[in-house]
Design a protein around this ligand. Structure first.
Ligand SMILES: [Zn+2]
Length: 93
């Protein structure tokens, strides 16, 4: 049985631009495990580097004012306080 982290890596190699939510759905995880998905993704960047791969991140963006976050997990815009956030997208190449 593969670890959750290995399963996330496999998914991101096979699919471009997945969000953490989509990863949860594809792996059939309970929605509350999304935190676990995010914390794994943070570690994945280092792991795939050793394999000669790279984790590409499209950072979250506020749908209201266009503010771009510099962290992968965001729920509220610091600029306009909107909670309409476009989730980060991940790809491994
Ligand atoms: Zn905003």
């Amino acid at each position: 049985m593969k670890s959750l982290r290995e399963r996330i890596i496999d998914l991101l190699v096979e699919n471009d631009g997945l969000t953490a939510k989509e990863i949860c759905n594809l792996l059939d995880l309970e929605p509350n495990r999304i935190k676990e998905v995010y914390s794994n993704i943070e570690k994945i960047a280092k792991i795939v580097k050793k394999k000669g791969l790279e984790l590409l991140v499209v950072y979250p963006r506020c749908k209201n004012c266009g503010f771009e976050f510099s962290k992968i997990k965001a729920s509220r815009c610091p600029k306009c306080k909107s909670e309409r956030i476009e989730d980060a997208r991940f790809t491994i190449r």
